[in-house]
Design a protein around this ligand. Structure first.
Ligand code: NAP
Ligand code: HSE
Length: 425
């Protein structure tokens, strides 16, 4: 079968290299040879190692090439990529994509068009790099109601947070390393502002709950505001800060989907997921707890996922099958962030004077929010000190309201730093 690549950068290069490396194995598993027949890139002058097929600057030549049976979109973005996807579907060719932004933001329309045309879309590489989490949710766990999922799904952020915690390295320097290693998106703000993780969360939530969870409904906060002091305080309190995706359904079937820096107890397995590694913990009503772990970014892990989709596409072509997005009508409501109930880490910057803690505690008490522990480091010698509170479970709306009042106290010198806490109970 002929494969056309639209985009041959970090991931495309990995696909070319690894298809060459494991050609015989892949052919025997797929039941047919896979051959890259045509490739589209933006810059024709760039050297492309291992590429021995015609390279064009016009992606339409790839989609229209009669020798191309499967189109693999690895260019990123949502504008031209959507045109590529729609043209591929219109041509009746299976689409393979690693583009989570495209699926999270335009997936509803694309899957509908694909279904109408009877064309499959494969997207294993779009979530968690080399971890086969899409296939796990779609196939291995399909007999389960998914109770909840927690995932570290952005390799770049996990790399940055791990290096900050383990080696005390600075944010900018570590981001530059992640870019050099091919982990980061072309637009790095997609990673550090949590957008990439939110794209993946929308896809995971849609797969788990069988309805299109719009990207715009995923609550997102990135890691730019995580400071060294919070990493240090978290550690003293027995936690690690991770950019965590949380997806779960409540007892009424309302689905929450959110991504934000989160304190995770050091003893929980997700706390030890370091560097570029990703992990997704999925709890189903039949299977119980499961954990998926592996490299979440980089050319080779992502190529592993793309190549697995190509093998699946060959199987479907040979034996009949059309993978899409399996909807069902068991769920359909989304829980607004204000209604989410979770725990919180709050770091206040307060004047070091008597009565401050009592005043802060009184406000939370008046809103019915319990404080589970308080910490103020003794080794602070300035006029202001950090006052760290770990809160009991509270509704987001209540915490936000109480914090408006706390901010108005004379002794409070800066708005509270709020990081949510997940204790997995
Ligand atoms: P990349 O290194 O920037 O590669 C993008 C490729 O697309 C380049 O070859 C580029 O051409 C080509 N391209 C851009 N605009 C084009 C156009 N208009 N026509 C034809 N080709 C065009 O990006 P990447 O890291 O490989 O990521 C590709 C996709 O995989 C993205 O959707 C990303 O989110 C996803 N992904 C990436 C990773 C990862 O670890 N990097 C992991 C999972 C998923 P030039 O080479 O000439 O610039
Ligand atoms: N930029 C993404 C990450 C690539 O760091 O996880 C993998 O999707």
């Amino acid at each position: 079968f002929g494969v056309g690549l639209v985009g041959c950068g970090v991931v495309g290069g990995g696909v070319v290299r690894n298809l060459g490396r494991n050609r015989a194995l892949i052919a025997s598993r797929a039941g047919a040879e896979l051959e890259i027949r045509r490739v589209a890139v933006r810059d024709l002058a760039k050297a492309r190692e291992g590429l021995e097929v015609p390279v064009t600057g016009d992606w339409r030549e790839v989609v229209d090439d009669p020798s191309v049976d499967f189109v693999v979109e690895l260019m990123g973005g949502t504008t031209v990529a959507e045109e590529v996807a729609r043209a591929t579907i219109a041509a009746g060719k299976p689409l393979i994509t690693a583009n989570k932004a495209l699926l999270a933001e335009r997936g509803d329309g694309l899957f509908a068009a694909a279904e109408e045309r009877g064309v499959p879309i494969y997207f294993e590489a779009s979530v968690a790099g080399g971890i086969p989490i899409v296939k796990a949710l779609r196939e291995g766990l399909c007999a389960n109601h998914i109770r909840r999922m927690h995932g570290i799904v952005n390799g770049t952020c996990n790399y940055i947070l791990s290096r900050m915690a383990d080696e005390g390295t600075g944010f900018e320097e570590t981001l530059a390393e992640a870019k050099a290693l091919g982990y980061a998106e072309a637009d790095e703000s997609l990673d550090v502002d949590g957008i990439d993780a939110a794209h993946k969360t929308a896809i995971l939530a849609s797969l788990a709950y069988g309805f299109h969870v719009p990207f715009s409904s995923v609550f997102v906060e990135g890691i730019r505001r995580v400071e060294a002091i919070d990493v240090c305080m978290a550690n003293r309190l027995g936690y690690r800060i991770k950019l965590l995706a949380t997806v779960r359904a409540d007892e009424n079937g309302a689905v929450e989907a959110r991504v934000h820096p989160t304190l995770i107890p050091l003893k929980h397995v997700l706390a030890s997921v370091g560097g570029v590694f990703n992990a997704v913990a999925v709890e189903g009503d039949v299977v119980g707890s499961t954990l998926f772990y592996g490299r979440g970014a980089g050319p080779d892990p992502t190529a592993s996922a793309v190549l697995s989709d190509l093998v699946e596409a060959v199987g479907d072509r040979l034996h009949g099958g059309c993978r899409g997005f399996a909807r069902h009508d068991l769920y359909g409501k989304l829980l607004p962030m204000e209604e989410v109930v979770t725990r919180y880490y709050l770091r206040l910057t307060v004047l070091n004077c008597p009565g401050t803690l009592a005043a802060v505690a009184a406000i939370f008490g008046a809103h019915g929010i319990g404080i589970s522990s308080v910490f103020q480091p003794e080794d602070h010698d300035g006029e202001t000190v950090p006052l760290v509170l770990l809160m009991d479970y509270a509704r987001e709306k209540a915490i936000r309201t109480a914090l408006v009042e706390v901010d108005q106290l004379k002794a409070v010198r800066e708005s509270a730093r709020v990081i949510r806490v997940e204790d997995f109970s």
